[in-house]
Ligand binder design. Structure first.
Ligand code: PLP
Length: 472
């Protein structure tokens, strides 16, 4: 697999890095900022990118180990995506898609998505990202049951440690407790079930028994709340930001069967897993043998070149959503930028590249190698678990591998590992005590070897610093 080797144009340094850093610190409220360090340290500004690399404003070059934010699936600096966007922007940058209006890229993309998705998902509702897709989905699901004359079917089942975004509703679906500290959530709409966490499953329980246990919890919850009050279950095929948690074998199919038996819709949040990260355009059916009523995608849909989200809706739901309301009513939901032509043009070119270069096949080939190589890092004193699948992986750092006890939060172990990696030219993502590796899908075995060497060094240095600071 070749990476895009566009020669690096020497960055036209049209800014002073220090001034830029200051402007950012003074005026940009960043998502997920840790203000205990931000006011002093500000941010590293990423200003250039190329293939598997990014570069900061001082010219330091890094291997991108997180695909931007699990999204730059085809890699950076794809001039042909830029060209497709520029052509669309100059030809027809924007026009409404409300009511009776549409545009060419949005129509083409909807048809492409219907081809790529499981057979029964043939209808696309566009949004501008993953949170908005999930938010819009819940609104549509409620509308669907209202239209069916089942207005009590409102509750959404989600899971602890799920990540579904940060609009009010998506944040309420999200089950990572720290994400909602001091924020309010719409608790009357959402019930969280246990996440499927094989590493921290009850002591002595086999994976198969654990699966039974989780399915039983779903059945008990339905019995408690009443199926007549539950609209849908939403789940990431592999939980991402909540710790790259791979459920026990058969879990998703069994959860879906219980949902189906209770007329509870099954929503797969494929914002991360979609568009190749697990080796297929969509993981739900190809990997997990489920046929969701709805699949949400974003991120890899446009490889992050333009903001875009899409909700793929089954024929069965569309039949109801597409029935005229009467009384002159319309399906009153959507965004100014639903089906934005420039974003859709980016997505079409992105899909063309994914197919032309066999990027899903690369993930199926290199992914297991990456998993195997990362697992060799488990010998480090602080690495309790290495898990995930294909290009979606994670290290869980612990104080004690036997008890799985965590290091104190103040040790900031995830930050330490990430900082040591960054010093060595690799960006990985710290999330609390975890480190996530979710690279562009164009890594080859050679890159994997380099990355694992860098991580090995970073973990050795982290252990030494934790020991020096009295945490080990
Ligand atoms: C599974 C999942 N769903 C939804 C979202 C939210 O997407 P966005 O940040 O584009 O709103 C994310 C973002 O990381 C995600 O991982």
């Amino acid at each position: 697999m070749t990476t895009d080797t566009r020669p690096r144009t020497d960055a036209t340094q049209d800014y002073d890095p220090q001034t830029l850093w200051q402007k950012d610190k003074d005026h940009f409220i960043h998502p997920f900022t840790d203000f205990s360090v931000f006011h002093e340290q500000g941010c590293d500004l990423i200003t250039e990118s190329d293939g598997i690399y990014v570069e900061d404003s001082y010219g330091n070059r890094f291997i991108d180990g997180i695909a931007g934010l699990w999204c730059v699936n085809v890699g950076h600096g794809r001039a042909e995506i830029g060209q497709a966007m520029a052509e669309q922007a100059t030809r027809m940058a924007y026009f409404s898609t409300f009511n009776n209006l549409s545009n060419a890229p949005a129509a083409e993309l909807a048809a492409r998505l219907a081809e790529l998705a499981p057979a029964h998902l043939n209808h696309v509702f566009y949004s501008c990202g993953g949170s908005a897709a999930n938010d819009a989905t819940i609104r549509l699901v409620h509308y669907y049951f209202n239209r069916l004359g089942k207005p009590h079917k409102k509750r959404i089942l989600s899971r602890h440690n799920a990540y579904h975004g940060t609009t009010y509703l998506a944040a309420s679906l999200t089950g990572i407790a720290s994400n909602n500290w001091d924020f309010d959530t719409l608790d009357h709409l959402v019930t969280h079930l246990s996440e499927a966490n094989c590493y921290r499953r009850p002591e002595g329980m086999s994976e198969a028994d654990y699966c039974d246990h989780l399915v039983a919890e779903l059945e008990e919850t339905i019995a408690e709340i009443g199926a007549e009050n539950i609209a849908a279950f939403i789940a990431e095929p592999i939980m991402g930001a909540g710790g790259v948690l791979v459920a026990p074998a058969g879990y998703h199919a069994r959860m879906q069967a219980v949902c189906r038996a209770n007329q509870i819709l099954y929503i797969a949040d494929e914002v991360v897993t979609g568009f190749g990260r697990l080796g297929h355009f969509f993981a739900s059916e190809a990997v997990f043998d489920t046929q969701p009523d709805i699949i949400n995608c974003a991120k890899g849909l446009s490889s992050g070149y333009a903001p875009l989200g899409a909700t793929l809706i089954s024929d069965e739901l569309y039949e109801v959503l597409g029935t005229p309301q009467g009384k002159g009513g319309v399906l009153s939901t959507g965004f100014t930028y639903s089906g934005h032509p420039v974003s859709c043009a980016a997505a079409l070119k992105n899909i063309e590249i994914l197919e032309r270069e066999g990027i899903c096949a690369n993930v199926r080939e290199v992914g297991p190698y990456l998993e195997r190589k990362l697992k060799t890092l488990a010998h480090h004193e602080t690495v309790g678990d290495v898990r995930g699948s294909h290009f979606m992986l994670c290290l869980e750092n612990v104080a004690d591998k036997t008890t799985k006890e965590l290091l104190p939060v103040e040790a900031r172990v995830g930050d330490r590992v990430a900082a040591e990696a960054q010093k060595r030219g690799l960006i990985i993502r710290p999330v609390g005590h975890l480190n996530i590796v979710s690279p562009p899908l164009i890594w080859d075995r050679g890159v994997v070897d380099r990355v694992v060497t860098l991580l090995d060094e970073a973990l050795t240095a982290t252990t030494a610093s934790l020991r020096a600071d009295g945490y080990l």
